[in-house]
Design a protein around this ligand. Sequence first.
Ligand code: DGI
Ligand code: FE
Ligand code: FE
Length: 202
Amino acid sequence: MNVNDLEYQNNYIKYTRSELIERVSKSVNESRFNHILRVEKKAVELAEQYNGDIEKASIAALLHDYAKQRSDAEFIKYINKYELKPILLDYGNAIWHGVVGAEIIKSELNIYDEEILNAVRRHTIGAPVMTLLDQITFVADYIEDGRDFDGVKEAREVTSKSLQEGVLYQLEHTTSYLVENQKPIYPEMIDAYNAWVQRVKL
Ligand code: DGI
Ligand code: FE
Ligand code: FE
């Protein structure tokens, strides 16, 4: 289906799709907004292929980078206010925009659907156990049509055959990339890799 024909019918959130898009567009710059729309298109395609909830796929994708352009100070304020895990303070925007971003979405948009919020929380780092919606959001972000990095073609091919293999491919490649560039890996991402490599490969 064409995402622009999508009408929300389940009251997961109190916005229409165009109202949600309007709110998202005000939270990020134009290039980030265009990425978000491409992630939504990909997430809806994956939901169709893998029998996911198309409406939740659209909502989670539209929200996944909602907080991407907030300041470090704002994220730190939320981490303290909601007493989120102190280990978060050892990381930065890359981790915060999903994990802490979900709290910003709750507070600013009054969206409380935990399945949608978890997909946002897990979209960068994955998790040992991921719902279908988590998997769709995670992979759609990685393979949306505008992505152009070594391996993206293979990631798309793998995902077209198996969503779970797509999740594992992304976990393998993102963790390798972080090691190669001497960047710290958030512990839950290592847990996610361990769980998925055993689940998919054994
Ligand atoms: O927000 P996007 O750019 O669309 O994509 P993303 O949320 O998947 O990833 C944002 C960045 O975070 C990306 O450059 C890779 C990086 N990243 C992912 N996992 C980790 C990480 N960075 C650190 N330091 N540690 C991680 O575990
Ligand atoms: Fe992101
Ligand atoms: Fe993204």
